[in-house]
Design a protein around this ligand. Structure first.
Ligand code: GLU
Length: 375
């Protein structure tokens, strides 16, 4: 089997999280030579048709470097100052490196608020999707310059897990300065062994991960464990390993056992569907005609505005709603792509007319089939 086949068989969409320690190699500066190396591997995955999303740290480190390491008090606003200066430089570095391979990049800066609010979650998801559809590599970081304590994710480990969830990635690589998770701290205990696979995240493991933080970055093993737990529940395999090991990204994607692996607990699609069922009770209902009822129940189609005959209740884009037939029978549950006011205006109309009727459009469907669970 060719390398290309081994690579594309396993995964479809990969989030590569690069910690500050990987990008600086433990120095106070971005190590562009190593960044080229990482981009080369990402570009290879991209060229065989995989979607790659980069979750990058290093804004603060880059800002410090640019300003000549000024001796400023260690306050939140000074960190934000460094991030504001460094983010654009960091992005420019990624842009130039991916350009070597003729790959475009798009910057997405997120805060916790962007993923917690469902409407904003959908917006971020749509942007991510739009970039990937055009084969543009999203480069994500926390919006450090504006994020305050309440809306900050805080560390890029947890941010990358949210990105994996948002993008429905099937692999999250947490690349750091350690080869993986060990049975004890390898710097202190010569008998420490690498844990190749984790199926259960329990207290013992949490305690093991507890203390180990590394120099410039924010997250230690504890945040990586939290991130791994979120991502594997969202349907992604997770691997924690050293980002400076040769060819590490390609080796993992081709199935080599590298670092510590956390197998996904389910598929991204199953995870989304479970969320729809377990989430808040439907905020409203869409009543559909016989044609639409058949299309969604028998053909697995999305629900188009054309098939909707009436809109009940008050709900926003991103809320869970129920889909009923004319007799009031609940056919499905799903996530509305439009709020109730918009749907009341576009119901019964062809999807081509949405922009004209509303002045904007979030796409042709009222409820996407991936967001629909038949009952
Ligand atoms: N967002 C921070 C930065 O770009 C890094 C946070 C982290 O490394 O977890 O500097």
């Amino acid at each position: 089997m060719t390398t290309q086949q081994t690579i594309t068989r396993r995964y479809r969409r990969i989030v590569v999280k690069l910690g500050t320690s990987v990008l600086t190699g433990g120095t106070p500066r971005l190590d562009r030579a190593h960044m080229v190396e990482l981009v080369r591997q990402c570009a290879h995955l991209h060229s065989v048709g995989l979607d790659v999303i980069v979750c990058t740290s290093g804004a603060i480190a880059s800002g410090r470097e640019r300003l000549g390491f000024p001796n400023l008090p260690d306050t939140v606003s000074n960190k934000q100052l460094f991030a504001a200066v460094g983010q654009s430089r960091l992005m420019l570095a990624w842009e130039r490196l991916f350009d070597i391979y003729n790959i475009h990049v798009g910057q997405i800066l997120l805060t916790r608020a962007d993923v917690e609010n469902r409407q904003r979650f959908l917006n971020a998801r749509d942007t991510m999707q739009a970039l990937l559809e055009q084969r543009i590599v999203p480069v994500v970081n926390e919006n450090d310059a504006v994020a305050t304590a309440e809306i900050k994710v805080g560390d890029n480990d947890n941010l990358s897990a949210l990105v994996a969830l948002l993008a429905e990635a099937d692999l999250l690589l947490l690349l750091t300065d350690q080869p993986g998770l060990f049975t004890a701290d390898p710097r202190r205990n010569p008998h420490a062994e690498l844990i190749p696979e984790v199926r259960t995240i329990d207290e013992t493991l949490r305690r093991l991960a507890g203390g180990s933080a590394s120099g410039l970055g924010v997250g230690g093993m504890a945040t990586k464990l939290q991130a791994a737990d979120v991502a594997r529940r969202a349907g992604a395999d997770v691997v924690i390993t050293a980002g400076r090991a040769p060819n590490v990204i390609l080796r993992i994607v081709s199935g080599e056992a590298v670092g510590t692996r956390f197998p996904a607990l389910e598929t991204p699609l199953a995870s989304r569907k479970r969320w729809i069922l377990a989430g808040p009770s439907p905020a409203g209902a869409l009543v559909v005609d016989g044609g639409a009822a058949r299309a969604i129940s028998q053909n697995g189609s999305s629900l188009l505005p054309a098939g909707i005959t009436s809109v009940d209740g008050a709900f926003e884009r991103g809320d869970a709603i129920s889909v009923r037939d004319a007799g009031g029978r609940e056919l499905a549950r799903g996530i509305a792509r439009y709020g109730h006011e918009d749907l009341a205006r576009i119901k019964g109309r062809h999807s081509d007319e949405i922009s004209l009727l509303l002045g904007y459009a979030y796409g042709p469907v009222a409820v996407h089939r991936n967001d629909l669970i038949l009952l």
